[in-house]
Design a protein around this ligand. Structure first.
Ligand code: IMP
Length: 430
């Protein structure tokens, strides 16, 4: 029996939704451990499409779903997501949803600050955030002035917590020449939602410890991707949480020995939304082809995603930083019909060949990809359910990817349909 962590191994949007849904059917508990409603994925079950941002995917299947302490929770966004799913016939009650009492709340002040900073930043300094308040909420968490879920349970002590937070924010707003925030308004914003959130509040560490001891299968559902990790990503063009698999433990209150298998969701090419370095980006007809064929538009913001060739250097690095046991390779069918396919196998930096993504912002912007060119295939891979259904060149491409990144393909996804999957190894039965 294994517990599985799912992480994105590029810049997010690798197609985690379908794989997480497939795994959540086999899991007993599904837990989110970082990020917030900046994430977005679409689950298609029996022809019905469900859009999730903050809720763990398990809710759609009626599985116990936990929002861990590492998540930043916008209480109003949570309530509206629950209502939206209820309208689609998904019943969400405290029997299936629990929210960690020590998770940090995202307030309107965070959302406004996120947008204010993004709009004021120059083109070079803009991160391209989702403007959902993620960064400012995490800043308040590590700055030890955040309001947390359990604070909603004690409305008498809430004004003091709000005041402590506003000392910081109002100074900032004054400096930016913006109107200050009233403590009273913030109090009302929180008090109005408290009773809708409190029934779900629980101790995430305890629920998961009990599940673990009872031999239940836990699925840790990562959001974003390893290159958006606050330490290991393309800093400062990253999100404000750790997105690597190690965060799965800290982000819900378990120890690292609760993780048995790390599945890295990996797209057969590369995409990124927002600003920041992207060495294999193709701002040409190849990028257009990939974007159109792959329907590369963001679920949360609707933004067009930047597209480029598969970058084996960054995925190889993620295999290390997330301890990836195997990958789920997605969207191979998007490459169908190309005459040739390129894979980045190394970079040239200031005249020298390197085989890693350097940490510095300047060097990341200067690296020039070194490509290998492979022949494409004319047949379709869409809907393939066994290796025998794949053209020989497509099999060669997949095998080469495995070799370059140093991790095996555990699952190969060949269309958004859940059954269009080639299973090599079930992560839960590792
Ligand atoms: P933030 O997480 O809203 O602060 O945005 C920081 C960066 O992460 C931006 O480049 C976003 O586009 C990116 N980002 C955040 N969430 C996702 C996601 O779920 N998929 C892909 N990119 C994301």
């Amino acid at each position: 029996m294994a517990n599985v962590v799912v992480v994105g191994s590029q810049w997010g949007d690798e197609g985690k939704g379908k794989i997480v849904d497939w795994l959540s059917e086999q899991a007993d508990v599904i837990v989110r451990f970082q990020g917030g409603h900046n994430a977005g994925h679409t689950l298609v079950i029996d022809g019905v499409s469900y859009k999730l941002s903050l809720l763990p995917s398990g809710v759609v299947r009626g599985k116990l779903s936990v929002i861990g302490n590492g998540v930043v929770v916008d209480p109003h966004a949570l309530v509206s997501e629950i209502e939206r799913l209820k309208e689609q016939g998904v019943e969400i009650t405290p029997d299936i949803l629990r929210v960690a009492d020590n998770a940090t709340l995202i307030l309107s002040v965070h959302r406004e600050l996120d947008a204010l900073r993004e709009n004021a930043a120059s083109k070079e300094n803009r991160i391209g955030t989702t403007k959902r308040g993620i960064g400012p909420a995490y800043e308040d968490k590590v700055g030890r002035r955040a309001v947390r879920v359990m604070d909603l349970a004690n409305l008498e002590t809430l004004p003091g917590k709000i005041d402590r937070m506003l000392v910081h924010h109002n100074a900032l707003l004054r400096g930016l020449g913006e109107p200050e925030i009233s403590a009273d308004d913030l109090y009302k914003e929180l008090a109005s939602v408290a009773e809708k959130i409190l029934p779900y509040m629980d101790r995430s560490w305890q629920i998961l410890d009990e599940a673990r001891r009872a031999g239940k299968r836990i699925l840790f559902e990562g959001a974003q991707g390893a290159l958006l990790d606050n330490d290991h990503g393309t800093y400062p063009f990253v999100t404000s949480s750790n997105t690597v698999s190690g965060q799965a433990a800290a982000g819900c209150g378990l120890g690292p020995n609760s993780i048995d298998y790390v599945l890295g969701i990996t797209k057969a090419y590369t995409t990124r939304v927002g600003e920041g370095p992207f060495p294999t980006e193709q701002q040409n007809e190849v990028g257009e082809f990939l974007g159109t064929r792959g329907h590369e538009f963001g679920v949360v913001t609707g933004r067009k995603r930047r597209c480029g060739w598969f970058d084996a250097v960054i995925v190889r690095q993620t295999v290390c930083t997330s301890g990836i046991s195997g990958i789920a390779l997605t969207k191979l069918d998007v490459l169908d019909g190309l005459d040739e396919i390129k894979i980045c196998v190394g970079y040239e930096l200031d005249g020298e060949r390197i085989d890693y993504l350097p940490a510095s912002q300047g060097a990341q912007a200067r690296v020039v990809p070194i490509y290998e060119t492979l022949p494409g295939w004319k047949e379709t891979t869409k809907g393939a359910r066994s290796w025998a259904d794949l053209p020989a060149q497509a099999v060669k491409y997949v095998r080469h990817v495995e070799e370059l990144i140093g991790a095996p393909v555990a699952l190969l996804s060949t269309s958004p349909e859940r059954d269009d999957t080639i299973l090599v190894q079930n992560p839960f039965q590792d």
